[in-house]
Design a protein. Structure first.
Length: 172
């Protein structure tokens, strides 16, 4: 990306921090990771790869009810429930619960884990974006909301602690 394009993207994201990441990426013909990296630094930190994937998923499985989103060109799929614990086997990170969200994730294709806190649709939001090695978003896990639609404080604390751990690990 040219420096002028990067500067324009950073300006745009500073002025529109709640923009839909995938839409901005598609409109500018760049990766979602590039869009995330253009957010103001106080809104995003990125750490780790495949090892961070397992660490993050293991921790998130203990948070309680969260919303997992997969955003593709053809739809946005959401599920709100506790995340299943997982285990590595046969080249996949396998979500082990037989009900609810389950499946097999290619954890070795994880190229980073982004921790994003930003305004979205007039509310604070916080999510973990699992980024693939191509700069795409594998999926996002959002901190849950309480009955007043505020972010669950216990999850937000876990989110921030995990961000510190994974960012520190990759910076070392």
């Amino acid at each position: 990306m040219l420096n002028t394009d990067l500067a324009a993207l950073k300006t745009y994201m500073a002025e529109n921090p709640g923009a839909v990441i995938e839409t901005v990426a598609r409109e500018r013909n760049i990766t979602p990771r590039a869009v995330l990296e253009a957010l103001p630094s106080e809104m995003v930190t990125i750490g780790g790869g495949g090892d961070a994937f397992v660490t993050a998923m293991t921790d998130i499985a203990e948070w309680g009810e969260v919303t997992l989103i997969v955003h593709t060109e053809d739809g946005i799929f959401e599920t709100t429930a506790p995340l299943s614990p997982g285990a590595i086997g046969h080249g996949y990170y396998n979500l082990t619960q037989p009900k609810g969200l389950h499946g097999h994730l290619r954890h070795e294709r994880c190229g980073g884990v982004a921790f994003v806190e930003r305004p979205f649709m007039g509310k604070s939001s916080a999510f973990v974006a699992f980024l693939n090695v191509d700069g795409g978003v594998m999926f996002k896990v959002f901190v849950g909301r309480d009955e007043t639609r505020a972010l669950k404080q216990d999850q937000l604390e876990r989110f921030r602690a995990l961000a510190r751990i994974l960012t520190k690990t990759t910076a070392a």
